[in-house]
Design a binder for this molecule. Structure first.
Ligand code: FES
Length: 112
């Protein structure tokens, strides 16, 4: 399996400024749209639509335990661990934890 790392932000302050205005920001990365957020000092990308019935997740709240809560049926998808209760009812939400290197924010995508 190959991995490709992409630079999201040169400076994490830029990301923090964006996320101060809205909890979830939509980003275009390599021709695909992702949602970007921060929880507990870590940054995450996750897919735009709910794995349950495809509802847009951009306006979802992030719970105090790091779960994306879908506004439609309230399924909860953890950013930080797998095996949430919702994953027993539908497939998991695709989540990628970003890596912070000095001030840069990078994400690795697996392919192949
Ligand atoms: S569409 Fe998200 S919980 Fe049903």
């Amino acid at each position: 399996m190959n991995s490709k790392e992409i630079l999201l932000f040169d400076n994490r302050n830029d990301a923090d400024q964006l996320l101060a205005k809205q909890t979830i920001v939509e980003l275009a990365i390599d021709g695909e749209r992702w949602l970007f957020t921060k929880y507990d000092e870590s940054y995450f990308l996750f897919e735009k639509h709910c794995p349950h019935f495809d509802y847009p997740l951009k306006e979802s709240p992030i719970s105090g335990t790091g779960e994306v809560v879908c506004p439609w049926h309230n399924y909860r998808f953890s950013l930080i661990r797998s095996g949430s209760e919702s994953e027993q009812r539908c497939r998991p939400l695709r989540v990628i934890r970003a890596r912070v290197d000095d001030q840069k924010i990078l994400v690795a995508f697996n392919s192949g």
